[in-house]
Design a binder for this molecule. Sequence first.
Ligand code: HEM
Ligand code: HEM
Ligand code: SF4
Ligand code: SF4
Length: 401
Amino acid sequence: MRMAKSETPLLDELEKGPWPSFVKDIKRVAERKPMAKDLLRQLELSYKDKIGHWKHGGIVGVTGYGGGVIGRYSDRPDLFPNVAHFHTMRINHPSGWFYTTKALRTICDIWDRHGSGLTNMHGSTGDIILLGTFTEHLQPCFDELSEAGFDLGGSGSALRTPSACVGPARCEWACYDTLDACNDVTHEFQDYLHRPMWPYKFKIKFSGCPNDCVAAIARSDLAVIGTWRDKIRVDQAAVQAYVAGEISPAAGGGGKKAKFDIQKDVIELCPTRCMEWNGKKLTIYNDDCTRCMHCINVMPEALRPGKDTGVTILVGGKAPILEGALMSWVLIPFMKFESPYQEFKDLAEKIWEWWDENGKMRERLGEVIERMSMRKFLDAMGLPAVPQMVKTPRYNPYIFF
Ligand code: HEM
Ligand code: HEM
Ligand code: SF4
Ligand code: SF4
């Protein structure tokens, strides 16, 4: 018997090979969803024509919300009527991305009724991404999601859905409760999430320690990164055990590493060279430690963050759009960070006021600080310049500040 000829020969190529294939996934959904089917057919045409067949933009939304829905339309609705609209909904994820299976089923059932059935868990923002629906489905879909206890996330020139590393739920290095902080701050600033009113987007991300698992330092305008201000806790007996090869370094990460050399693998890789090993005892000169986590990551059974914990607050991280990518830099070297996080919330409001006042259209906080200078920003914040704020080492000895 002759097989029916595939409608998507170019896409079918992407099913070959050892890697997971989005074509395979979408085809599965296409068996029950005409939207997914037209999505594939339109993409096939794009590959053939070597041009995208989506129109960009357009304002769509639900009552009372300015953000959370990203409008998309096909430029060939005549050929692909089922993806004439293909709007994406961002749904605010729970802190640390913990769900019950019941909650997941609830979301999926709602999305099966109202959208393409395709999801992206999770988007680069952290949100649950529901891919592709029609304008007339937005409101009923949102209503059902609200009924089930879910809320839209941020999009456009609004506060984006804050996100946090898994923190104390699963990680012994958490220097504060990232999950509670993220949840609390999200609730506090709901209005800013739902009503775009700023020059551009604004992201807050919470990492429990300087390992920075949510990449707050690179991706958020306001990064909250756990740290400590006392000493790294050292278990000398466990250090000996690492040296004797009784414990695998880096908790066994990196495969079967035959030999652990404390001098080479730890002492010499300490960025500030503030550690010493005399064959018996590990000494750390904590005043010079920058809390980079390297030694702790390599010898987790022997070393732990200190007990007097808090956060470092950094500002200005972003990906390239107007200007190039920026890493954030230190605004507050150390802040105690406990519920209800009032000092942090006041700081955020102050930052927004300055940014809103001074930012041009589509300028992120970091870009405004670069354009107007850190000095002006610090003046407005009422903060003194401190050495921790130095962004790059001085490359010219004649620059004074
Ligand atoms: C030249 C064409 C395009 C450019 C320059 C572009 C640029 C961008 C940018 C800058 C964002 C991030 C926006 C923000 O978070 O503020 C974004 C997000 C997004 N874009 Fe596009 N885009 C293009 C085409 C498309 C097309 C054709 C589609 C779909 C048909 C699409 C779907 C999306 C979606 C769903 C998001 C949100 C992703 C998320 O939640 O993280 N884009 N795009
Ligand atoms: C060969 C095909 C594709 C490749 C290589 C690709 C690759 C990627 C990559 C690398 C990201 C960034 C992920 C992240 O940083 O979290 C991304 C995001 C995304 N992709 Fe694709 N993609 C493909 C096809 C598609 C299709 C067909 C759709 C829609 C039906 C889609 C929708 C999205 C959306 C909405 C996002 C942003 C979601 C988010 O991370 O917030 N992609 N894609
Ligand atoms: S950032 Fe630190 S506390 Fe958070 S999950 Fe990663 S290692 Fe653990
Ligand atoms: S945390 Fe980093 S800077 Fe501090 S002692 Fe360990 S390796 Fe050195």
